[in-house]
Write a protein that binds this ligand. Sequence first.
Ligand SMILES: C[S@@+](CC[C@H](N)C(=O)[O-])C[C@H]1O[C@@H](n2cnc3c(N)ncnc32)[C@H](O)[C@@H]1O
Length: 241
Amino acid sequence: MDYEILGVGYASHRLPDPRIAQRLHAALAGTGAVLNVGAGTGSYEPAGRCVVALEPSWRMLQQRGAGAAPVVQGAAEELPFADGRFAVAMAVLTIHHWRDWRRGLAEMQRVAARQVLLTWDPAHAGFWLVDEYFPELRVYDRRIFPSIDVLCSELGGAEVHEVPIPHDCRDGFLGAYWRRPAAYLDPEVRRSISSFARIPDSRAGLLRLQQDLDNGAWHRRHGPLLACEALDLGYRLVVRR
Ligand SMILES: C[S@@+](CC[C@H](N)C(=O)[O-])C[C@H]1O[C@@H](n2cnc3c(N)ncnc32)[C@H](O)[C@@H]1O
């Protein structure tokens, strides 16, 4: 996926969510340097640690804040670091974009003693947006996200933790607006969600969503969701200690 195009405006809609950050930081806890692979604009980089970021896209590099960690331009598949240079390597919602995720994972294992990944489980049942409006997304996402079992076996064993998505999640990835359906009608919101860039024409799905919101059909089907604080949408923290 081309983040030179997709990354426009990323920093405005993909802010780190504090509850997800808390989980990630608990998994990263310890001493020693942290490598953030596919770091983007710097979300979830832990404060108070020595962090080095790695990111291939200029567009994303330009959006890193003044206080963000020092960054090296490069790709996960060829990490320009010595063996064992880091205590832990993190990769947040990025491995599905890599040309060769197995190679990237092997590189993370070469340069760091531990690995922490946030990814999505393609075996998860999905949610209303995909099921009812954009079923083609299921096909694309199942193709690019590695299965959690395979990921764990490539890592030589790992812990897997559910990451329920809060109803007001600040990080605008695909599942973030599960309780705010009208948000998906906003082109700016969709532009920061890479899955939408894979759909050749999203107009029919968007029109149906708009109609269902206008005529109350969405609320009749999904009203109970509005009482939920957080939902498991298949996001998983994979931790190799
Ligand atoms: C959805 S963004 C996630 C960025 C950041 N980790 C975050 O949580 O906001 C995916 C990132 O993966 C990067 N990426 C794509 N291919 C990559 C590769 N081969 N190696 C490392 N990063 C890559 C993209 O440039 C983009 O910044």
